[in-house]
Design a protein around this ligand. Structure first.
Ligand SMILES: Nc1ncnc2c1ncn2[C@@H]1O[C@H](COP(=O)(O)OP(=O)(O)OP(=O)(O)O)[C@@H](O)[C@H]1O
Length: 277
């Protein structure tokens, strides 16, 4: 989704987004360390008990409409889906079919007018803005088409910022930042700033930043749209590594049929509904 469209959405959304996409995208430059009682230690990914037979997210009968010009624009018209742990799921569909609107609901940025969304044990459709923000900061990572890096910070500092925001103790930062940047293949570019990196490298910093606090769900809105096919393939290889080593679930939108070949599950959206589920 284009940035201008997202800004337009922020102005018109009815159920208020708890934390706007733009704030998340900007990485909140003014972020301060979380209070000590909010701090969380990162548990090792390999030690996570994960039952891959039970969904980690379920969407049931979700509808979303927006008031436009005195009328209701029905964008999502009864969506049902489930995401399972360690799955790579993709949402495909024509521009305007409702993919980003759904991704925003799954990530707790927005709420449905009707229907239910359970993320793990959390009923997102009933949670307050503050509750969703809290859950999102601990459990969900976001990647956007336009990288969303802080331009004056190095790759290292960009990733570190996300640990700071999640309330991870400073003593864990060095090891985790190093691990995440190495995982995305940027061990030798850690101190470069975004303008000193290629588009594909910038997107990989954005990925390292999104996974640093070890979320269980990673959401990506057209993460390969601005990359050539070789760089897009690199990003998908990184996603596969993340699923294998970090045990995360990834849900992304894409228009690219070659990218869809690596998905475990593709949901095809036409005019606010899935046609293949
Ligand atoms: N806050 C909003 N207010 C009014 N209309 C909105 C709002 N959010 C989304 N829409 C409309 O809902 C429709 C679906 O938008 P959405 O961004 O979800 O589509 P998309 O499938 O992600 O498209 P693209 O592939 O171009 O990113 C569009 O017609 C859009 O203009």
């Amino acid at each position: 989704m284009k940035l201008w469209l997202r800004r337009k959405k922020e102005q018109t959304q009815q159920p208020a987004a708890a934390e706007s996409t733009a704030e998340i995208a900007a990485g909140q430059a003014a972020a301060v360390e979380a209070a000590p009682d909010e701090r969380v230690l990162l548990e090792p990914a390999m030690g996570r008990e994960i039952d891959t037979s039970k969904p980690m997210l379920t969407v049931s009968g979700v509808e979303r409409s927006f008031p436009v010009g005195g009328q209701q624009l029905h964008v999502l018209k009864g969506i049902n889906m489930a995401l399972y742990p360690t799955q790579l799921a993709m949402l495909k569909g024509r521009s305007g079919s409702g993919k980003t609107t759904l991704l925003n609901m799954i990530g707790g940025l927005d709420q449905p007018n009707k229907g239910e969304i359970y993320f793990q044990t959390h009923a997102f459709h009933r949670c307050s803005d503050d509750e969703r923000t809290y859950i999102r900061r601990k459990e969900i990572g976001f990647i956007f088409q336009s990288f969303a890096l802080m331009p004056l910070l190095s790759a290292w500092e960009n990733v570190e910022l996300s640990l700071r925001m999640a309330g991870v103790p400073r003593s864990q930062w060095k090891a985790r930042v190093t691990h995440c940047l190495e995982l995305v293949g940027l061990g030798r570019r850690m101190h470069h700033r975004p303008f000193e990196l290629s588009g594909g490298e910038q997107q990989r910093v954005a990925i390292a930043k999104a996974i640093a606090h070890r979320p269980s769900l990673l959401l990506a809105d057209e993460p390969t749209a601005e990359l050539d096919s070789q760089m897009g393939a690199q990003v998908m290889a990184v996603f596969r590594d993340i699923i294998r080593t970090e045990r995360m679930t990834i849900c992304m939108t894409t228009h690219d049929p070659t990218i869809m070949e690596v998905a475990d599950r593709v949901f095809e959206m036409v005019d606010g509904k899935f046609i293949n589920s």
